[in-house]
Design a protein around this ligand. Structure first.
Ligand SMILES: [Zn+2]
Length: 427
């Protein structure tokens, strides 16, 4: 028993008290916390264990707002030098059926489980974690914590604020780049868009080029491909200068800003997928606004290139194009598309593994194939229009910010290489 009135015990008590306070402080400093107070965050925490520095979780998305496969959150209270273990399980929420009622079947976990998760100290530089491993249907990632706080995610995050500041920065430093807004989303968010047009050539005599990414909010990598496209275009290579001077180019890094901002998957969102919305009266504001620009290009007979950027299935390790089957496009369009895709396959293939041939959409791919972006453009644009969707793998060692941007730069180069072979509009 502690006797407080003797000198030595009193010192002992004070020491114990200090140790206890200190331990309490240490425990508090290292209590694991999960934070989601930022754009694009998504997680449902199942269990947190500070002693083993383990977080068990699922993606946080609402299945009505698309496949719940994207996840992104901040972990605080990490003990430096100790491993952080992330135990990821599939969302257990039932997916809605086509009529909106629940199917009682959750989404397969593989869409949420890249082989390598990513982490970042500042939200700017992302690093891949070591290869994860599967255990009882869960994916286990370990990350050496070297700071008290880390962002962890499915892949390198790319949010509407990032798109807005990218567009703003490019427009501020480059005279030929213009900061624009494609429009407002259904939830009232701004949809950032970059327009690039250099020199005196009148618009009507320029090639019309449209590049968009992220009709599916979880496919964050496609926005990085899009940014890589824009960065190459605004760079100093003579081919990039040529493209800026001879084309009018619109770039939309994120189409579905609402689901991206709220950390939802977007794919197969209710009432229907963004990329099944290309019809006379679209449900989504971004699709309707894009169609207005594309119709204008078509009216002026200069809807030259339409590119829609995506990330494919977990097992796809090579990039590839999706196009309409040959029998559904006219001969002139087919010849030009074949030429462009051959150029792009060679150029992209130098920086990222790429399939030799495109995969096909059309009736065998999806019953609503006519409402897919490149199909709508192919069927509603000019006879010389090239429309395609590019899928860049997200589940490889090369699926990093740098890897994605290299694909975007190569794609932009291919657009230049192709357009340089075409007669300029209006002679
Ligand atoms: Zn997609």
């Amino acid at each position: 028993m502690l006797v407080l009135d003797t000198g030595s015990d009193s010192v002992e008590f004070m020491l114990m008290f200090r140790v206890a306070v200190c331990l309490g402080f240490v425990c508090q400093a290292f209590a694991l916390e999960v934070e989601t107070d930022f754009e694009g965050a998504s997680v449902r925490v199942v269990q947190t264990d500070t002693s083993t520095q383990t977080i068990r979780f699922m993606p946080g998305g609402d299945p009505k707002r698309g496949w719940p496969c994207w996840w992104s959150f901040r972990v605080k209270g990490l003990e430096a030098g100790k491993l952080l273990t992330l135990e990821l399980q599939a969302s257990d929420l039932p997916m809605p059926q086509a009529n909106g009622s629940p199917s009682n079947k959750p989404l397969s976990g593989e869409w949420a489980m890249p082989d390598r998760a990513v982490f970042s100290k500042d939200g700017k530089t992302w690093q891949q974690a070591e290869l994860g491993h599967k255990l009882d249907g869960r994916m286990i990632y370990t990350i050496k914590a070297d700071s008290p706080s880390l962002l962890v995610a499915w892949g390198p995050s790319y949010t509407p604020s990032h798109a807005a500041s990218f567009v703003h920065d490019q427009a501020s430093k480059t005279a030929s780049a213009q900061e624009m807004e494609l429009g407002k989303s259904r939830e009232g968010r701004n949809v950032p868009m970059l327009r690039v047009c250099e020199g005196d050539r009148v618009e009507a005599r320029r090639f019309g080029v449209w590049v968009q990414a992220r009709q599916h909010a979880w496919e964050a990598g496609s926005s990085w491909v899009c940014q890589g496209f824009a960065e190459w275009l605004l760079g100093s290579e003579p081919e990039a200068v040529w493209l800026r001077q001879n084309a009018e180019i619109y770039i939309v890094p994120i189409m579905d800003v609402d689901n991206t901002a709220t950390g939802n998957g977007g794919k197969e969102a209710q009432p229907h997928d963004y990329n099944r919305d290309w019809m006379e009266k679209p449900n989504w504001n971004e699709v309707a606004a894009a169609q207005t620009y594309l119709r204008e290009f078509t009216k002026e007979d200069r809807m030259d290139i339409f590119l829609d950027l995506h990330n494919p299935a977990p097992g796809d390790k090579k990039a590839f194009f999706y196009t309409l089957p040959a029998e559904l496009v006219n001969e002139s369009m087919l010849a030009k598309r074949t030429q462009f895709i051959a150029l792009a396959t060679t150029t992209i293939g130098k920086v990222f593994p790429m399939l030799d041939k495109p995969k096909q959409t059309g009736a065998n791919y999806h019953p609503l194939w006519r409402q897919i972006s490149d199909a709508w453009v192919s069927m509603n644009a000019n006879p010389h229009t090239v429309a395609a969707c590019l899928e860049t793998p997200w589940n490889t060692e090369g699926s990093t910010v740098e890897g994605y941007k290299a694909v975007g730069a190569a794609l932009a180069k291919s657009v230049q290489q192709y357009l340089a072979t075409r007669p300029l509009h209006g002679g």
